[in-house]
Design a protein. Structure first.
Length: 366
């Protein structure tokens, strides 16, 4: 009798253990069961979209057959970096909260991810690859033998170059012309290296001073006012109106607050490149005082060729791009930069925007 009871108990215990084992078998879910999706497949970002929610990534909780707490990561990359031996090695990884099945971005945050972290070119359409990585870690937080599952989608994105607020000197118009009370594009000089040197392009609209325009410079940081020194190229703290001749004129203005100097260079811009034999005069740009941009319409460009923004018939003041595609000064004395590449053949409007001050210069080809 005892032996029969013992046999029944062993059979019951074995069945219970087998049942418990069957309940703890992990069944990796299929990637498509996650239903990974985004609310947008194409985005063109701008200042106007900064505060808006521009995209939300959503997915369903995976079913592993047992109760687990997965870890979710969104990975952002460009197509070229998602293949090969180091595939996804350069991806921007965004960990999600354990109980979250979605991730939303405002325009400002998504633009920062694209242009600052991924270094995508601004003002240009690029393909973005987004991968959802789902993995199960051990209780101690380390990786497990359960392989991650992935779900991938693609988006077309056009980030924009956000205006950086560098230290600035604001133009304060005098006499009959007044400038905005707050920092405004086209009426400021900026210090892109956060030092004593400031630069910007200013359209001086009225010859209403003593022989030229009358204005002062006001520090956006401490409201100190800089004006006339001992001559047209020097400054003094608290000095009177600056003036220069000839005026009115569109000027490149450079200030050194340590040396208390100011220098003006009247400028006119041109497009010089493969398509016009690198002429520094045949393709002029026209300044639009309303938009504060230089524009050249009906410009014929050829894919695979390149051009440079030149000035006053020479290269001493010229602009190319750096290795990230950002517009940069390429003239004397550094003579740096890369010729601006042309990606499509056609007739375009080329725009050069220097109104944001040094560090915020941009261009576009539309």
């Amino acid at each position: 009798m005892k032996n029969q009871f013992l046999l029944i108990f062993i059979i019951f215990l074995f069945a219970a253990c087998k049942k418990e084992q069957s309940q703890n078998i992990v069944i990796p879910p299929a990637a498509n069961s996650l239903s990974f999706s985004s609310t947008a497949t194409s985005l063109v970002l701008s200042e106007a979209t900064d505060a808006s929610r521009v995209v939300t990534f959503t997915f369903k909780a995976p079913d592993y057959g047992i109760k687990v707490v997965p870890v979710y990561t969104l990975q952002f990359d460009v197509p070229a970096d998602t293949i090969g031996a180091n595939a996804w090695g350069k991806a921007i990884n965004v960990k999600l909260a354990a109980d979250s099945l979605q991730k939303s971005y405002t325009g400002a945050d998504f633009n920062a991810l694209l242009s600052v972290q991924l270094l995508l070119p601004t003002g240009v359409n690029s393909t973005l690859v987004v991968r959802l990585k789902t993995e199960v870690n051990q209780n101690i937080g380390t990786g497990s033998t359960i392989q991650p599952i992935y779900s991938v989608l693609k988006m077309d994105v056009t980030p924009y170059k956000a205006i950086m607020e560098y230290p600035a000197l604001l133009v304060k118009g005098a006499n009959s012309w007044k400038t905005p009370l707050e920092q405004s594009a086209g009426f400021l000089l900026t210090s892109a290296k956060f030092n004593s040197k400031y630069e910007g392009y200013i359209d001086l609209p009225n010859a209403d001073g003593w022989g030229g325009d009358a204005f002062q410079l006001v520090s956006a940081k401490d409201a100190k006012v800089y004006g006339w020194g001992t001559d047209a190229n020097t400054l003094s703290l608290g000095g009177g109106n600056l003036w220069l001749t000839p005026s009115p004129a569109y000027m490149k203005v450079n200030v050194d607050l340590d040396a208390l100097t100011i220098n003006y260079t009247p400028v006119k811009f041109f497009i010089s490149g493969d398509d016009n034999g690198w002429s520094t005069s045949s393709t002029p740009m026209i300044y639009n005082a309303a938009t504060k941009k230089w524009i050249a319409a009906n410009v014929s460009l050829t894919a695979g060729k390149a051009f440079v923004f030149t000035c006053n018939g020479a290269y001493d003041i010229s602009y190319k791009v750096d290795d990230k595609g950002t517009l940069m000064f390429a003239g004397a004395p550094s003579w740096g930069g890369i010729n601006i590449p042309v990606t499509k053949t056609g007739v375009f409007t080329v725009t050069l925007d220097l109104s944001g001050g040094d560090g915020n210069y941009t261009y576009s080809i539309n």
